[in-house]
Design a binder for this molecule. Sequence first.
Ligand SMILES: C[C@](O)(C(=O)O)[C@H](CC(=O)O)C(=O)O
Length: 307
Amino acid sequence: MPTSAAARLRELLARQDDIIVCPGVYDGLTARIALQQGFDCLYMTGAGTSLSRLGLPDLGLTTLPEMLANASTIASLSPSTPLIADADTGYGGPLMVARTVRACMSAGVAGLHLEDQVLAKRCGHLLNKELVPRDVYLSRIRAAVLARQEMRDLTGGVSDIVIIARTDALQGMGFDEAMGRLEDAVAVGADVVFMEGVAGKEMGRVVCERFRSKGVPVLLNMVPGGVTAEMTLEEAREVGFGVVVYPGLMLSAVYEACERVSGELKRTGRVEKIKGMGPKVLFELCGLDECLEFDKKAGGKGFDGGV
Ligand SMILES: C[C@](O)(C(=O)O)[C@H](CC(=O)O)C(=O)O
C-alpha cells in the first residue's frame, strides 16, 4: 500500500539518529521552490500565511478557512511529502479544534501543532503572551486526539495525522510549567512536543532528554532574531531535537529580494533582469510540463502546438 504523508512523517520521526529539516513555506510557489530542493518535509508557517494571505501580522487574525486553504494547496503539490502545518490554537473550543483536525486530515496535512495561547494569540516571539489554563490547553489536545481517532476509525486506519503539542508557557510561566504542560499533553496523546522559545542548548538538552527517553520527538522552532537561542542544524541534532522548522526562511528571502527590485524600479525606472528569467521558468517550476502531458493524455488538443 502506498504510504500516506502522515505515515511517512511517522517513519521520519522514528529515525532516532537523524533530524527532520523543514523549510517554512507559505504558498504554492514557495512550496514548489522547497520541493525542487528535495526536502523530505515542509512546514507551513502561520505567520507567513497571515502575512502573505492577509497582509497582516501574526496576531490571531487568520481563521481556519484561510489556514486550511493554504495548507491544502501546499499539501496537494506533493502528496507524498509530509507537510507540518501551524494550526495555532485550533481556533476555538474542543469542537472547533476537532473540526480543524478533521479538515487538516482530509486535506492531506501530515502533522499540525496546537498551542496554549488565548484565541487572540500573537507570534510566539512577541512579548506579553496570554495563555489559557492548563486544563483548557489539554482539552484542545484531547479534542485533537479524539478527532484523529474518529477519522482513523472511519477510514479503516488510512487517515492519520501527527499531533504536535506546542507550549508558549516558558516566557511568562517558566520552565517547570512549560515542561508540565508538555508532559500532560503527551499523556493525553500528543506525538511530538514543541517548547516555544527554548533559551539555549542546555535547556534544549533537558527537554530532549526528558521526552526522547519516552520515545517522544522534540521540535525546534528556529526563528533568527526571535527568542529561540540560535543553533546550527548540527547543534540541534547533537542536542537531541528530532525536527527543526525554519518558519521565516522564505519570508525573509522574499522580503529582501522584493524590496530590492521594487525599490530599484521606483528609484531608477528599470530593473536589472533577475537570472534572465521569463515567466516560463516559473511555470516549469510549478509543473508546466506535467500539465501539458496530462492534458494530452486526457485527449485535450489545446496545447498541441506547444506553449
Ligand atoms: C512558528 C510560528 O507559529 C509560525 O507562524 O510560523 C511563529 C514563527 C514566527 O512568527 O516567525 C511562532 O513562533 O509563533
